[in-house]
Write a protein of this length. Structure first.
Length: 213
């Protein structure tokens, strides 16, 4: 844009006359950046600030409503491209397609809600290869790494249970979890429709066995 302004400065008859520059800004800049309201199918709406083309959000911008905000790319009033979403219960950073998670991205729960997933998405669903850390109230961490289909574990995958090490205080008999963890158990094999199927290799505390499902 600055290059275009400099070019206009070279051709206007009077460099002290800002009328032509004003017309340039009115014609181009105001159409490139601005504010608008994006109505949603459920009757809600988002307030948008950013690049505008054809009276719609197109390009880089920000939008928000009462429950979430988004900073990223838009196409015809839809989240499309790369963007970061901060919602009431989850956060997502990654690729979008027509308002849905699509491509590669990471989603995590907020305020104790939900799990953390990093991997491939198709039309808003976990689909392809990804890693999911499941929400757990205990000292163990449950992790799945493998293939997904329509939001369910499907194909080859590894399910791990990791227990955190603790520092014990003999004075007040308390235990504080450390950043170190020990592998407690691991399943590896085929999954179908979110369930283990066939023969799985099971590892627990140094011992390896096979289990048939």
């Amino acid at each position: 844009m600055n290059r275009l302004i400099n070019l206009f400065y070279k051709i206007i008859p009077n460099k002290n006359d800002n009328f032509y520059l004003y017309i340039l800004k009115l014609k181009y800049i105001n159409k490139m950046n601005g504010k608008l309201r994006i109505n949603q199918p459920d009757g809600s709406y988002e307030r948008y600030w950013g690049q505008i083309h054809n009276n719609m959000a197109n390009g880089q911008g920000k939008s928000k409503n009462r429950t979430y905000q988004y900073d990223g790319q838009f196409l015809n009033n839809q989240k499309h491209g790369y963007g970061i979403y901060h919602g009431e219960y989850e956060e997502y950073s990654g690729e979008w397609k027509h308002n849905l998670y699509h491509g590669y991205g990471k989603v995590s729960g907020r305020l104790g809600y939900g799990d953390c997933y990093t991997g491939e998405w198709v039309n808003g669903q976990r689909h392809g290869f990804g890693r999911c850390v499941y929400e757990s109230e205990g000292p163990a961490s449950h992790i799945y790494i493998g293939e997904w289909k329509h939001n369910r574990r499907n194909g080859y995958g590894i399910y791990k249970i990791e227990e955190y090490d603790y520092d014990y205080n003999d004075t007040d008999l308390t235990a504080t979890p450390t950043e170190n963890y020990t592998l407690h158990a691991k399943y590896s094999g085929q999954w179908e429709n979110d369930q283990k199927t066939g023969v799985f290799t099971f590892y627990k505390r140094g011992e390896i066995t096979t289990i048939k499902y």
